[in-house]
Ligand binder design. Structure first.
Ligand code: UGA
Length: 449
């Protein structure tokens, strides 16, 4: 079995490393942030991900996963090295490659000391051209070796979503291998065959620039699909009797459309869609092409948070001095991640307009506190959050919010007004008991004679 190393232990690096270690591979995870490395070694994952802590405990204890802070040591003791460092945005939205470049330099220097031809697999999300123009030349310069012979190279993007990263690693829909040459692709194919056994998903083999592109296209497609259904939601709201959830339920039955990523709401956030669409737009423009559809998907998403603010204004005239309850802060359920979360945009608008905001989230409060500090109040339960509120906005569709009954709103709020930003409540049931406004829901039809 190949020995593996992962350079960078963010969500992708750590979850993938842990899953390979769970299947019996010898894995070395390299994290240059010493505090973070210590945390991982003592089985305290730096972020929440279902099942991660349990698996991490197991593989640290049985020794299958070792955590180091030196990229050189990681390369020296493994056969395949995955680059899993972050690729944040520059100010203009384009991709920032400083971590990828630094990792490539350090891996290159280690390769110089190695006899065997190491395989380097780029898992970080990088725009087309990055691997051929930056990663390979940097590796070659620092190692004194030639790609394809002295060392091997593949682009091997990941499609993990937060909250499902462990399950997604064990059961991906497909695997992409963009090999520098056949000799490079072969070991990675063998590795995935060993890892997945009889459940091997389809493997798409291609060249390096296409593999890099596939990652962006996958995210762009999904984000655009959500922006499209949000556009339909906005049209539904202006159509008496219309309901976007019924529209989505119906069109999702067309197998060419499918039911996934058709949940209308306040828009997409997280560390990937916003960053990757911006980078893809910047990449495309650099090539001299204006990707108008992708730009529109991005702009639609920016505008979507206005729904919540507008509804508060429609109902209360102004948010000024009104108490607004925010249910949900994480960018989606089952994570404590608040990067690009819609909640932060909504709260900052409300604060600007003079509202008093109280928020509750099952997991993300400590992360939000670091940013908003005492500018809002934090509740320790949904019901406490609703107390004396003039309006509640449901921002993240956590399971525990789905269980709330209309009475919990009517009995605790000063004015029982609910803006359902994720369509989790039954309009019929809720409309009977309180003022219920929801994304993609037109005004009720007048009773037919
Ligand atoms: C996304 C992709 O789904 C992964 O395939 C990809 O690997 C990952 O980005 C990445 O590039 O690393 P993630 O950001 O974790 O994963 O979360 P998603 O489940 O895709 O949700 C993204 C956003 O879209 C969330 O804010 C979610 O609330 C929103 N969304 C999703 C909707 O508003 N409606 C939907 O129907 C689905």
């Amino acid at each position: 079995m190949y020995k593996l190393s992962f350079i960078g232990l963010g969500p992708v690096g750590l979850c993938t490393a842990v899953c390979f270690a769970k299947k019996g591979f010898t894995v070395i995870g390299s994290e240059m942030d010493e505090a973070k490395a210590r945390q991982i070694r003592s089985v305290k994952p730096p972020f929440y991900e279902p099942n991660l802590k349990e698996l991490l405990h197991e593989v640290i204890k049985n020794g299958n996963l070792k955590i180091v802070t030196s990229n050189e040591a990681a390369v020296m003791k493994s056969d395949i090295t995955f680059i899993t460092v972050g690729t944040p945005s520059n100010r203009d939205g384009s991709i920032n490659l400083q971590h990828v470049t630094r990792a490539s330099e350090e891996i290159g220097r280690a390769l110089r000391k190695k006899k065997a031809a190491q395989l380097i697999a780029v898992k970080s999300t990088v725009t087309s051209g990055t691997t051929l123009d930056i990663v390979i030349p940097t590796l070659e310069k620092n190692s004194g070796k030639k790609c394809g012979n002295g060392f091997l190279l593949c682009v091997n993007p990941e499609f993990l979503s937060e909250g499902n990263a462990i399950n997604g690693t064990f059961n991906p829909d497909y695997i992409v291998i963009g090999g520098y040459n056949e000799k490079s692709a072969k070991p990675l194919e063998t590795l995935y065959k060993d890892f997945h056994g009889e459940n091997l998903p389809p493997i798409v083999k291609t060249n390096i620039p296409t593999a890099e592109l596939i990652k962006y296209v996958n995210n762009t497609f999904l984000a655009t699909k959500v922006s499209l259904i949000n556009t339909i939601a906005n049209i539904c709201e202006k159509t008496p009797g219309a309901d976007v959830t019924k529209v989505a339920e119906a069109i999702g039955k067309d197998h060419r459309i499918n039911p996934y990523f058709l949940n209308a709401g306040l828009g997409w956030g997280g560390s990937c869609f916003p960053k990757d669409l911006k980078a893809f737009i910047a990449y495309s423009k650099k090539l001299g092409y204006n990707p108008t559809l992708i730009q529109a998907a991005y702009k639609t998403n920016q505008d979507q948070v206005k729904f919540a603010i507008q509804k508060v204004k429609d109902e209360l005239k102004t948010p000024k001095r009104k108490r607004i309850a925010i249910l949900g802060l994480a960018f989606k359920p089952n994570t404590d991640d608040i990067r690009e979360a819609r909640s932060l945009k909504i709260v900052s608008q409300l604060l600007k307009q003079g509202a008093a905001v109280t928020a509750y989230d099952p997991m993300a409060i400590s992360n939000v506190k670091k940013i908003l500090k005492k500018r809002i109040r934090y509740a320790s339960s949904a019901v406490e959050c609703l107390k004396n509120a003039d309006c509640a906005i449901l921002v993240t569709e956590w399971d525990e919010f789905k269980k709330l009954k209309p009475e919990e709103f009517t009995e605790n709020m000063r004015r029982p007004i609910l803006v359902d930003g994720r369509r989790i409540y039954d309009p019929e049931k809720f409309s009977k008991k309180l003022r219920y406004i929801a994304v993609g829901l037109g005004e009720p039809l007048k009773p037919q004679p």
